[in-house]
Design a protein around this ligand. Sequence first.
Ligand code: IMP
Ligand code: MG
Length: 184
Amino acid sequence: MKNEMENDIKKVLYSEEAIKARLVELGEELSRDYAGKNPLVLCVLKGASIFISDIVRHMSVALEMDFMAVSSYEGTSSTGEVKIVKDLGASVEGRDILIVEDIVDTGLTLSYLVGQLQNRKPASLNICALLLKKKTDPSTQRKVDVKYYGFECPDEFVVGYGLDFNERYRNLPYIGVLKEEMYS
Ligand code: IMP
Ligand code: MG
C-alpha cells in the first residue's frame, strides 16, 4: 500500500536500506567502545525513540536505557529556549552515559542537556546522533561535540524515522526532505 505521507516529501535522503546498513556499522563501533562498561543509553524523546530502539539492538553489550524529554523547537525554527520536560529515573553518577539524539543542528539543545548531566558526575558522557546537520556557514559553530553519528545531512528540514514536523512523519520508515509548501 502506498504511504499516504509520501506526497509531502520532496526527496528521500536516506532509504530504509541505507539506514539499516549504517546501523550495523555504528553498532559495531559502539559495541567496541562500550564493551564491559554497562553504559546508560539515554534517549532524548521523542525524536530519538525510533533510532534508539534500532541502535541498541545492534549493540552486542550489556546496557541500560532511560528516557528524557527536552523541548526547544516549535515548528521549523528554534525558540531558543530549552526545558527539561521529563527527567531520568536512573542515577548518572559514575556511569558511562551515551546520549542518543535524532538530529544535532545548532547543538543548543544538547549543550544544555550535557551541562545538566555533567553536574551529576558521570564517568563519561558521549553523544550519538542519527543526523548531524552540515553547516555551510563556518561562523555558526556547533555548541557540542558529537562523537558518533549516522549521517551528515544537508541543512534542510528533514522528517521521518523519528523526526517530526509538528508531531507528524515520525513513522516514515526513511528520512526525507519535507516539501516547503507543507510548512510555509
Ligand atoms: P539544535 O538545538 O539546533 O541542535 O536542534 C536540535 C533539535 O531540533 C532536535 O532534537 C530536533 O528535535 C529538532 N530539529 C532540528 N532540525 C530538525 C529537522 O530538520 N527536522 C526535525 N527536527 C529538527
Ligand atoms: Mg528532538
